[in-house]
Design a protein around this ligand. Structure first.
Ligand SMILES: Cc1cc2nc3c(=O)[nH]c(=O)nc-3n(C[C@H](O)[C@H](O)[C@H](O)COP(=O)(O)OP(=O)(O)OC[C@H]3O[C@@H](n4cnc5c(N)ncnc54)[C@H](O)[C@@H]3O)c2cc1C
Length: 492
């Protein structure tokens, strides 16, 4: 059935990128419709409830929300600064425990370098150069958005094409320090041969500016964006999976949904994984097989195994930071097939709940790839129980008594993310960026079809910070750069 309303923009997927695009575009007077396959919006931003306890999936903390910092003007514009954000500890927003020693990350570029050099005095100069690189990397991102001609500097080239691992080894002599600086990097995938310095710096820079957690669950953020879209005349429809984007005369004209409904618009934005986007365009004169092949061949970052713990009231001391804990000192080995040892992220606790996250490669869950949620069998349950046990044992080394404090434990694997979000291989952070092939792995919002754009973590950067930057690039394709400049410069 064809819906008689014609929209200016239809967005497929209500992940952070989709909802942010929806908010910005509807605030600029465009008639927006967001179509989401799941029963609730938010994608990775969703939270879920088990026995009165609310758990987050992909929102634990966010960086750069302080006044004058990178995300501040955009979150202000989106209405997200109205939410109850709590500042993590300034002297230790993250702690890294490697080989039995715990290191703290302090907030502020200079303070970070100063405090870290108390433990690594011989590396003081290099540490200040490191934070200077992080600061300039952030500026490059914003300049690329606000300048008509992207900044041509040696730094820009370097950020995309330099290998983070090599850069760190050229700059620092102390292997332990390199591991510590890379130690919050369960937030990305540390690949020695391919991780661009740009991705590495982005995963650290905003958090060092300042780190925040939401006093409440991720659904608050999702609901705020949905409310903003509706306030400006837009619509968000859940339970509406798009199964085809129909092309006519070189343009997408309708989104055909699994429930038989069809929606038409001037412009379409896919917040889905680019492989899913390609599969939605079944017949096209513009999107050739070679483009689809190129996109399908791109590799994905690892997925995450999550243990969500319901904790007995008051049974562990509260803490206002995230703890990264490693069994082995070399954190750069964790994403390798033959890795030994485990690395976990224990997120700052919320009301009687905390999450433990650890990378999980697709090969570890591939034997269940043909199963669906709730029907994966006893061996899958046993695998999850064993992995959860290992996570808890490692977490207990920094939170004594944790095991006895656990009331319930819920686990998820990359298969869970694949089946809910349609993310290939349940990848946590989307397409793997490769410093040896930056032009191939960093995607622009444009596709070969002029009125089909993309947004979300797969394009350029992941995380709340990264997706928000990507959103601005996507919206600039429709609105032009001036409105985006205004948002960044906080003129509105
Ligand atoms: C375990 C984990 C922890 C994380 N923790 C943090 C953190 O603490 N801080 C941080 O900054 N970042 C974190 N991240 C990363 C962050 O959550 C993601 O980068 C971000 O949420 C991705 O948003 P997105 O817009 O790219 O899309 P997604 O969240 O992937 O959303 C895509 C949406 O599209 C929908 N969709 C797909 N196909 C269709 C279709 N055919 N029709 C309709 N809808 C469709 C999906 O259902 C989904 O809702 C974490 C990620 C994970 C996995």
């Amino acid at each position: 059935m064809v819906n008689s309303t014609s929209y200016d923009v239809i967005i497929i997927g209500s992940g952070l990128g989709g909802l942010e695009c929806g908010t910005i575009l509807s605030r600029h007077g465009l008639k927006v419709l967001v179509l989401e396959r799941q029963i609730q919006p938010g994608g990775c931003m969703q939270s879920y409830k088990r026995k009165d306890c609310v758990f987050d999936t992909g929102l634990h903390y966010v960086g750069g929300l302080g006044k004058g910092q990178t995300l501040y003007p955009v979150f202000k514009y989106l209405g997200l600064l109205d939410l109850p954000w709590t500042h993590l500890d300034e002297d230790a927003f993250d702690t890294i425990t490697i080989a039995g020693e715990t290191f703290s990350f302090a907030e502020g570029y200079e303070r970070f370098a100063e405090k870290m050099s108390e433990r690594f005095p011989a590396e003081k100069e290099a540490l200040f150069e490191y934070v200077d690189m992080l600061r300039r990397a952030d500026e490059v991102q914003l300049l690329a958005l606000t300048e008509d001609v992207p900044p041509e500097s040696s730094l820009t080239d370097k950020l995309f094409s330099t290998n983070a691992y090599d850069w760190l080894h050229e700059k620092f002599h102390d292997e332990l320090l390199i591991n510590v600086l890379s130690g919050t990097s369960l937030k990305m995938e540390l690949k020695k041969d391919t991780l661009p310095l740009f991705t590495f710096s982005h995963g650290n820079s905003g958090f060092i500016q300042s780190s925040w957690r939401l006093d409440g669950d991720g659904n608050m953020l999702v609901q705020k964006l949905v409310d903003e879209i509706k306030k400006y005349g837009g619509e968000v429809l859940c339970n509406t999976e798009v199964i085809e984007l129909v092309e006519k005369e070189g343009r997408i004209v309708t989104a055909l949904c699994a429930n038989g409904k069809q929606y038409s618009a001037e412009t379409f934005i896919c917040n889905t994984h680019p492989v899913v986007t390609c599969s939605l365009v079944k017949e096209s004169t513009m999107m050739r097989g070679i483009y689809k092949k190129r996109i399908t061949r791109l590799q994905n970052t690892f997925g995450m195994f999550t243990c969500s713990l319901k904790i007995k009231n008051g049974s562990i001391p509260n803490f206002n930071h995230n703890k990264f804990v490693y069994e082995k000192a070399n954190v750069w080995e964790l994403s390798e097939e033959d890795h030994e040892g485990m690395g976990i992220l224990i997120t700052n606790p919320k009301e009687n709940s905390l999450d433990i996250l650890t990378p999980m490669l697709w090969s570890e869950c591939q034997q269940w790839e043909n199963t669906t949620v709730g029907h994966r069998g006893e061996d899958y349950r046993a695998m999850k129980a064993a992995k959860a046990e290992r996570c808890v044992a490692l977490a207990e080394t920094v939170i004594p008594g944790l095991r006895d404090a656990i009331e319930e434990i819920y686990t998820s694997t990359p298969l869970t993310y694949r089946d809910y979000n349609l993310t290939p291989e349940g990848s946590a952070y989307g397409i793997r960026k490769d410093c040896t092939a930056p032009m191939m792995t960093i995607l622009t919002p444009r596709t070969p079809i002029p009125n089909l754009l993309m947004t979300g973590q797969n394009l350029m950067l992941h995380g709340l910070h990264g997706v928000t930057m990507t959103t601005l690039f996507t919206c600039a394709e429709i609105l032009g750069r001036e409105p985006i400049r205004k948002i960044i410069n906080n003129v509105e």
